[in-house]
Design a protein around this ligand. Structure first.
Ligand code: NI
Length: 416
């Protein structure tokens, strides 16, 4: 069924929902709260900015890899408890889900942050740099976790004015392993049933204080393959007595570049990259096999299907043409992340009310991320939050990545 065709917002629900864990009673809203929500959001974000930066630096100094976010989720649970926000820990092993009930009925919205770090050795030299060799928050997920904690505090204070329910999803294991899949399997879209989802990512290519969005598919489906080309080994001087998998692999790799140029609709972007190749040991031996692996990135299902079919067919064809037998292991990874206008439009309108004309539409990227899984199930939008420092910074997944921390409070304002 097409989950995206159901209607929203669903007035009348969301006021009364089954709490899954109740912590302390909700703390009182700030007594100085402005009546105008735009001003109130800005005031609270400004007031909590220094404390958020402290939390972020603590998370940054203690990065944890996928499904190992024990300390990180402990910090999240501690902060949600301090705020009096009901929450559930141990979702998808190390994930945390908080829940804020608005004072008025309305839709159920997820706001999602990811929490995991990367196996990179930090080289920023910052005073709060990673204290753990070989692990670093080089994708800014420490920024995301902190930003969502700030959003939690703002929405807690504004809850009486809020129409609907907000689920705060702190997700483990975005990098490579797929924490979102496990969270969905464990029912994060149910209890109460979720109508809309909002994700976000820091964008070092955009200055802090600016925001980015893409309509439709914004990030790619990311599939992987491993191909083993099996020949018959022999003496390098007697190729006619062997079946050379190296020459066959060379032909096949070149042929695979025709998948994009000749097999996929040219109006559908696609990438086929071979990232590793292994085979042989010596100058004078024809080996018995060569293995190579790569990734296929697409934005549309038709291109995804066409690419997989073509790769399998080209591999099968080598048996006739080059006498080698190919084993193909093809794994479908995350789907495309599809941004829905029904979440984009109200979100960017709200961001413009906060900040003016600093929201820019940008073309899709062939990168991938697992918020895509949620975007296939409920109308979703991933907001890009500019995190570039004046003078620029190294990019994501770089050992010198150093985002402008101003993006935290700005992100809190925007998402709230
Ligand atoms: Ni990331």
């Amino acid at each position: 069924s097409d989950a995206r065709s159901h209607c929203l917002p669903n007035a009348g629900r969301g006021a009364k929902v089954r709490p899954f864990v109740t912590t302390e009673s909700a703390a009182m809203p700030s007594p100085t709260l402005a009546n105008d929500p735009t001003t109130a959001i800005r005031d609270i974000a400004t007031r909590i900015e220094a404390a958020l930066i402290e939390v972020r630096r603590d998370l940054h100094a203690h990065p944890e890899l996928a499904f190992q976010e024990v300390r990180t989720s402990g910090v999240v649970a501690r902060e949600l408890t301090r705020l009096g926000i009901e929450h559930k820990t141990g979702v998808a092993k190390t994930g945390v889900v908080g829940m804020i009930h608005g004072g008025r009925p309305g839709p159920v919205l997820i706001i999602r942050a990811d929490m995991d770090a990367l196996p990179i050795h930090e080289q920023t030299g910052l005073p709060y740099a990673s204290t753990i060799d070989g692990k670093m928050h080089a994708c800014g997920h420490d920024i995301h976790t902190t930003t969502l904690l700030g959003v939690a505090e703002v929405l807690r204070d504004l809850a009486p004015q809020l129409a609907g329910t907000v689920k705060l999803v702190f997700q483990p294991a975005e990098e490579a392993i797929g924490g979102m899949k496990v969270m969905i399997e464990e029912g994060v879209l149910q209890g109460p049933k979720v109508d809309l989802a909002l994700g976000f990512h820091n964008h070092p290519g955009a200055a802090a204080g600016t925001f980015e969005f893409t309509r439709g598919p914004g990030l790619a489906a990311a599939d992987t393959f491993t191909i083993t080309v099996n020949g018959v080994s022999g003496h390098a001087a007697q190729p006619h007595n062997s079946v050379d998998p190296i020459v066959a692999a060379a032909h096949l790799i070149t042929q695979l570049q025709t998948v994009v140029s000749r097999e996929v609709n040219p109006l559908h972007p696609a990438v086929v990259t071979i990232g590793a190749i292994h085979g042989g040991e010596a100058h004078n031996i024809i080996p018995d096999s060569v293995t190579f692996k790569g990734t296929v990135r697409t934005l549309h299902d038709a291109a995804r299907d066409a690419a997989e079919a073509a790769i399998r067919r080209l591999c099968a064809g080598t048996l006739v043409g080059l006498r080698v037998n190919c084993d193909v292991e093809y794994n479908r990874g995350v789907p495309p992340l599809v941004n829905d206008d029904r979440v984009i439009d109200p979100t960017i309108a709200a961001v413009r009310r906060q900040f003016g004309d600093v929201v820019h539409e940008k073309p899709p990227s062939m990168g991938a991320e697992d918020f895509a899984l949620m975007s296939q199930m409920v109308p979703s939008f991933q907001l890009g939050i500019g995190s570039g420092a004046p003078g620029g910074t190294a990019g994501l997944h770089n050992s010198k990545y150093n985002p402008d921390e101003a993006c935290i409070a700005l992100g809190v304002q925007a998402l709230s």
